[in-house]
Design a protein around this ligand. Structure first.
Ligand SMILES: Nc1nc(=O)c2c([nH]1)NC[C@@H]1CN(c3ccc(C(=O)N[C@@H](CCC(=O)O)C(=O)O)cc3)C=[N+]21
Length: 300
């Protein structure tokens, strides 16, 4: 039997704990913790994500500031918006939705965000803090994956983990977090030789390659825990009325893992909802730090 890891339910619980602490923060300071989200351009998927995030921020009792800028916005204008948010005392967290239009240098924008408001954890200062084990902001998706893994497995110490993907926003920070949990970590990617054999060694598989249903059930060691970070929109197989319709699938071939994996996250309803819940958690942590208030490291 393969258990389903219900990320949606776990994320709801996390958001309700964040909501309680956000109310306590407001009672102590007389203001709400605030998250600013900057969206450049009209990408429909990004708009949906930004809208969901705004709704959930408000539902948690925090303030949401949305800045929607046209696709033609210059890099200089975007940097000026970020600097204004850095200086705004009501803004605790800043998220600039990626990807940005091609004429804007993403690294330059991320470097402009105050690291203590960088709730995405993308700034080099936060990547460095994670690498050397200092407190800082950890990217939301990998932190959410570790929360799900610890909820399922308890201690991860000594387990073999394979991370498929080496991006700055998922693969690399995921590997750092698993090292900190005392896993033996392998980072595989598109050039890895004998990928199926490498994955077969793993007690924990984290798939973040961005290729729909690439990881097959016969790559999985029986009983392993599978975390699927992929979010791929694929066309629904042709049938009457299905023209132009899409469905969401992960990087793991979910059906072929049934009966082999010990547990697996679904897509949707797995890692995705955790990403937003951790973003709200990071924003609340930022609000406490930036107001000089204590918050126990394991409070959320
Ligand atoms: N600076 C920045 N930070 C981000 O964290 C960031 C970003 N840019 N750019 C885009 C990606 C994507 N992302 C998602 C978050 C939640 C879901 C999510 O909740 N997904 C639902 C399904 C939603 C649906 O049905 O489309 C689920 O998996 O159940 C998806 C995708 C955050 N991102």
């Amino acid at each position: 039997m393969t258990d389903l890891i219900d990320g949606k339910a776990f994320a709801e619980g996390l958001r309700s704990r964040v909501g309680e602490l956000a109310a306590a923060f407001t009672a102590q300071t007389g203001r709400k913790a605030g998250l600013a989200v900057v969206l450049v351009g009209e990408d429909p998927a990004s708009q949906v994500y930004v809208r969901n995030k705004g709704k959930q921020t408000v539902a948690c009792g925090m303030a949401s500031f949305e800045h929607k800028l046209p696709a033609e916005t210059s890099e200089a204008d975007l940097l000026a918006v970020v600097e204004a948010l850095n200086a705004d005392p009501l803004v605790d967290g800043i998220l600039v939705q990626l990807p940005l239009p091609a004429h804007i240098d993403e690294q330059k924008v991320i470097a402009t965000i105050n690291p203590d408001k960088d709730v995405d954890g993308f700034h080099v200062v936060n990547a460095g803090r994670l690498a050397v084990g200092l407190p800082g902001f950890v990217p939301c998706t990998p932190l959410g994956c570790v929360m799900l893994l610890k909820d399922r497995l308890g201690s991860l110490s000594g387990l073999d983990a394979v991370v498929i993907g080496r991006s700055n926003i998922v693969g690399k920070p995921m590997a750092q977090l698993l090292i900190a949990e005392s896993c033996t970590v392998t980072v595989a990617h598109s050039r890895t030789k004998n990928l199926a054999e490498v994955v077969r060694r793993a007690d924990i598989v984290v798939a973040a390659v961005g290729r729909a249903e690439m990881v097959k059930g016969d790559w999985i060691k029986p009983g392993a825990t599978v975390i699927d970070v992929g979010i791929n929109r694929v066309p629904v197989p042709a049938s009457a009325g299905s023209e132009g319709k899409t469905r969401l699938v992960g990087d793991v071939d979910f059906a072929s893992c049934q009966g082999i994996a010990g547990a697996i996250t679904p897509v949707p309803g797995g890692v995705g909802p955790m990403t937003i819940a951790v973003l709200l958690r990071n924003t609340l942590v930022a609000a406490h730090r930036n107001s000089g208030l204590a918050l126990a490291p394991d409070a959320i």
